[in-house]
Design a binder for this molecule. Structure first.
Ligand code: FPP
Length: 248
């Protein structure tokens, strides 16, 4: 594949990119392997997109690593996925430090097994002073639940009379989401040729560009990521305005 970096406009780098990493299972089946080997090979692609994001100066990269619905998968697969996460985090800590990467999470991470939760907290703590790329792992994440939690928190404030219903604005609502501190989502990528959002960042994608790649996640490379960035930069983002208004 041709090198995409010369085509990237350094003045129009998306601030926040999110990825639905899909197709590990199909990749494994295609190669006559068990599903967990598919996930293990997916880690290679995680490294590729993280490296690429650092290279071009993306501020926030959010990866859908484990959805709330993924708890319903066979026990052994859930165990293997979470083990892989623990192993990867321990292994990648020096890379995070060297590249000034700050690890964060969104989701109901308190539901993760103790060991997994502990290593996550440790890695978040150890990288908290880094001010380069924010690498955000969505773990035990459900966007509908995130929205409901935001509603509940605001309802409590209304009940306590610290806010009145008329004062509930978009920003009041956004401030209760996990993503409150992140810039708006610019680009959402999904791999494996599926055209779904799967309960991911439903509120946050309001004006994001959507990019679907036919590649299965373990086959997704740095150049595929750069191709998505180039495509994003070639789109006209109008935010509800007309093309003429944008030009002026
Ligand atoms: C979707 O493929 C992928 C996942 C549910 C998990 C993604 C996890 C990783 C890439 C590894 C660990 C992550 C980190 C951050 C170190 P699928 O199983 O739904 O594939 P299928 O649709 O082909 O069955």
């Amino acid at each position: 594949m041709k090198d995409q970096t010369p085509n990237i406009n350094k003045d129009r780098i998306p601030k926040h990119v999110a990825i639905i990493m899909d197709g590990n299972g199909r990749w494994a089946r295609k190669n006559g392997l068990i599903r967990t080997i598919g996930h293990a090979n997916g880690v290679k692609s995680v490294r590729e997109v993280v490296e690429a994001s650092v290279e071009i100066g993306i501020s926030v990269l959010t990866l859908y690593a484990f959805s709330n619905e993924n708890w319903n998968r066979p026990k052994a697969e859930v165990k293997a996925l979470l083990e892989l996460l623990v192993k990867s985090l321990s292994k990648e800590l020096p890379t995070f430090q060297k590249n000034n990467i700050q690890l964060q999470t969104i989701g109901e991470t308190q539901n993760l097994p103790k060991r997994c939760h502990k290593i996550l907290q440790e890695t978040i703590e150890k990288t908290s002073k880094n001010d380069g790329l924010k690498l955000v792992l969505a773990l035990s994440y459900s966007s509908k639940l995130e929205i409901l939690n935001s509603v509940k928190k605001i309802a409590e404030k209304v009940a306590e009379k610290t806010i009145s219903p008329q004062d509930i604005t978009e920003s009041v609502f956004s401030n209760e989401l996990y993503t409150a501190d992140y810039p708006d989502l610019d680009l959402l990528i999904r791999t494996s040729g599926e055209y779904r959002i799967s309960n991911f960042l439903l509120w946050q994608i309001a004006y994001a560009e959507l990019y679907f790649s036919p590649k299965l996640w373990p086959d997704f490379t740095k150049d595929d990521f750069f191709e998505a960035i180039v495509e994003y930069q070639n789109r006209e983002r109008r935010f509800g305005k007309t093309a003429e208004q944008i030009k002026n």
